[in-house]
Design a protein around this ligand. Structure first.
Ligand SMILES: [Zn+2]
Length: 506
């Protein structure tokens, strides 16, 4: 047995991955459970990460002509009933408001009264209520395309919850568009998936696989669902963004009609696409280590923590002055179009360095009296070992920081990409397929095979059997996937029509 290294997070990823995840959220001060079961409180460190993500994504959407709007939290029951598949898909998860008033119950408590004539649904997603407005906004082909996004919260009543991954209430954006043609709507569906891929890879440093969902995993009511899937460090998949081609299903349900250039009335073609605070769960599980979260530099809550070191009997004021001078200069620097975000930790306490390691700040700049004498600072990168430090001259530091941040981003991306590739296997026979998804370690069954890329028959019944036996689902069918002439389905042995990515998933 090797000597156990002390880590800031216990248990380690190897010891108990799900518990490690919960502990990272705690020690990194990202979020916490709330008194309301299944709902989370996002703390400032986690919320500023989300704000940075929102800012970038919002800018990317707007560059494609999308405008933001806001729609009600409540949806009339009859709206949900309009699209049959949609109702079926969301019915079990809906929170329903049935009363609108509280009254004294006679025992010092309160009870709901004033029953509503028609119950209201707390939005699980907004296709139906937005569709009702779109029906009013669209009348001619000249009104199209209509490109709308809203940033909001949604509620899906979950029985088993986990912070950021599955909570009853979460924050997200949902884009909704209407087009004159099927082609126009499908191109928008593809474009928004590409925006998600670009965002997740370029800003979150998370490599993804892009493709379409199988029939059974598709969004309720959609004709086609496109998705990006990422691999977590326990080799499970996390869907990090979806884009749906809704055909004319929702426009028929909501009455979104327009006059085409020939003066004939047609139903519009619609799309919807979403991404959520779930992505934060992805950042934790892709990049985190046994010392806490590792924040991707381009969206990090802060880029740098400036940490003065105060030895006994030192002149604290002069050290703080020096830190202020460095901070002033650094705050003028831009990285990825944003001013450097800097946290100054002037507390006179021990262990400050570890607090910032746990919080995952990309760079720590330590300043002590001897560094000041030498005119340098000590810089530590979160993606390298906790003890690794490098001295930089203060004349040089401004120019070097963006370069170092980029190097951290690239290092994080390459590491995650290497892990994804290492754990993605082409598997053609049933025996290997089953063994790939059988637990390696009975004591630690969360860590399993990874992604299997295998020929598949495209039969939902076969997919269901795979899920029952192995708890494995089709994460996506990569774009351009087709099976070889004589290839057989990895599970049932019938003729394969395409290759699919199979994995366990969050
Ligand atoms: Zn099959």
């Amino acid at each position: 047995m090797s000597k156990k290294v002390k880590t800031a997070v216990t248990p380690t990823r190897q010891e108990n991955y799900p518990e490690w995840y919960q502990q990272v959220i705690k020690v990194s001060e990202l979020a916490e459970a709330s008194p309301v079961r299944g709902c989370m409180v996002i703390k400032p460190w986690g919320y500023s990460l989300w704000e940075n993500m929102v800012k970038v994504l919002d800018g990317m959407f707007k560059e494609t002509g999308v405008k933001n709007a806001y729609f009600p939290l409540f949806i009339p029951l009859e709206f949900m009933e309009k699209e049959a598949e949609h109702v079926e898909g969301f019915a079990k998860e809906c929170a329903v408001v049935t009363h609108h008033r509280l009254e004294d119950d006679g025992n010092g408590g309160l009870r709901p009264s004033g029953e509503l004539a028609e119950p209201l649904i707390v939005r699980p997603t907004s296709e139906t209520i937005i569709g009702a407005q779109f029906a009013k906004w669209v009348s001619s082909y000249r009104d199209l395309p209509l490109l709308i996004n809203q940033w909001s919260n949604v509620v899906r009543w979950e029985m088993r919850t986990r912070i950021f991954l599955r909570t009853s209430e979460f924050l997200w954006q949902e884009g909704h568009t209407v087009h004159a043609t099927s082609k126009g709507a499908f191109e928008r569906t593809e474009l928004m998936l590409e925006k998600y891929r670009e965002f997740v890879e370029t800003y979150l440093a998370i490599p993804v696989i892009c493709g379409k969902k199988s029939d059974s995993e598709r969004f309720p009511g959609a004709v086609e669902t496109l998705c990006i899937e990422a691999m977590m460090q326990d080799r499970k998949a996390l869907q990090t963004g979806t884009s749906h081609f809704l055909g004319q299903n929702f426009s028929k349900a909501s009455g979104i009609k327009f006059q085409n250039s020939e003066g004939e009335e047609e139903f519009g073609w619609t799309t919807s696409w979403g991404s959520s605070t779930r992505m934060i769960g992805g950042i934790i599980m892709v990049h985190g280590d046994d010392d806490g979260i590792v924040l991707p530099p381009r969206v990090a809550s802060a880029h740098i923590a400036v940490i003065p070191v105060f030895p006994k009997n030192c002149d604290m004021d002069s050290i703080i002055d020096f830190c202020e001078e460095i901070t002033d200069r650094l705050e003028k620097i831009k990285y990825f179009g944003e001013k450097l975000r800097i946290e100054k930790d002037y507390r006179d306490v021990a262990g400050k360095n570890w607090d910032w390691i746990k919080k995952g700040v990309p760079l720590r700049i330590e300043v002590g009296p001897r560094d000041i004498e030498k005119g340098c600072v000590m810089v530590s990168r979160r993606d390298l070992g906790a003890k690794e430090k490098k001295a930089y001259s203060i004349d040089d530091i401004e120019n070097k920081i963006p370069e170092i941040l980029d190097s951290i981003h690239n290092n994080m991306f390459d590491k995650a990409k290497g892990f994804l590739e290492e754990n993605t296997k082409n598997i053609f026979d049933k025996e290997s397929f089953i063994s790939f998804f059988s637990d390696w370690n009975k004591d630690n069954p969360q860590i399993h095979g990874g992604f299997a890329v295998s020929p598949w028959c495209n039969n939902p019944e076969c997919e269901e059997k795979i899920q029952e036996e192995l708890r494995v689902t089709i994460r996506c069918i990569p774009f351009g996937s087709c099976a070889g002439e004589n290839e057989k389905c990895v599970y049932c042995g019938k003729k394969a029509v395409e290759k699919a990515v199979f994995a366990r998933a969050y």
